[in-house]
Design a binder for this molecule. Structure first.
Ligand code: SF4
Ligand code: SF4
Length: 214
């Protein structure tokens, strides 16, 4: 009496013989071997040839920089007023809004001799930990002065943890023409209301660059 093989062994034997069948999705089965009379090699080259006429989706990054959507959430920016004073008032609302606990803020007191922002307080220490940040944008929604916005910069990869904790100096917007490095006295009025209620002059070039990117 011939020895009975197990069901799994029968499948392996059929695979080896090329008798494998595949499902067509509707429950009907047909042989895996194509019906075409052309040799398999010619069929393979046909697939390659067809690809030559399709739209190329390969991007040549980093040789050709990637252009993001205008409202892409990238690296944060701490903006300035048109005279160069900082918009951050050190209130910590951004840190409280952050679901990833990625922001650390310490507020400081402005004095008449050393002023960084209009009003009483400024952000003395400001850090964003990009190992934690998920770029959700909740922090910029929470900021009452529009100090914190997000740019389109996405190149944040690094090979060590320390360099991914960005400091205030790294996050501050650059000084534009007409701006003065802090600390300095208020140039646009006698109190902070003059900064927040003031209508920008026509043709002024001293507007924050990153504000329009969110
Ligand atoms: S973008 Fe989101 S995760 Fe990143 S710092 Fe802001 S609130 Fe936190
Ligand atoms: S960035 Fe905005 S929310 Fe955060 S501490 Fe400064 S003023 Fe407050």
């Amino acid at each position: 009496m011939p020895e009975q093989s197990k069901p799994g062994e029968q499948d392996m034997v059929r695979h080896a013989r090329g008798e494998v069948e595949r499902s067509t999705g509707g429950g009907r089965k047909r042989p895996a071997v194509r019906d075409s009379l052309m040799p398999a090699a010619v069929q393979g080259f046909g697939v390659t040839f067809a690809q030559m006429f399709r739209t190329v989706t390969t991007e040549q990054y980093p040789f050709e920089p990637k252009v993001t959507k205008a409202r892409y959430h990238g690296r944060h920016v701490l903006n300035r007023h048109p005279d160069g004073l900082e918009k951050c008032v050190g209130c910590e609302l951004c840190a409280w809004a952050c679901p990833a606990d990625a922001i650390y803020v310490e507020g400081g007191d402005n004095t008449e001799d050393e002023r960084y922002s209009p009003g009483e307080r400024y952000g003395a220490v400001y850090q964003i930990n990009y190992l934690r940040c998920i770029f959700c944008g909740l922090c910029i929604e929470a900021c009452p002065t529009r100090s914190l916005t997000m740019s389109n910069d996405f190149e944040l990869a690094d090979d060590n943890r320390r360099d991914l904790i960005f400091t205030k100096e790294q996050l501050m917007a650059p000084l534009l023409p007409g701006m003065e490095a802090t600390p300095h006295p208020m140039r646009l009025g006698d109190d902070e209301k003059d900064y927040y209620l003031r209508v920008p002059e026509k043709g002024s070039t001293a507007e924050p660059v990153a504000e329009e990117t969110v």
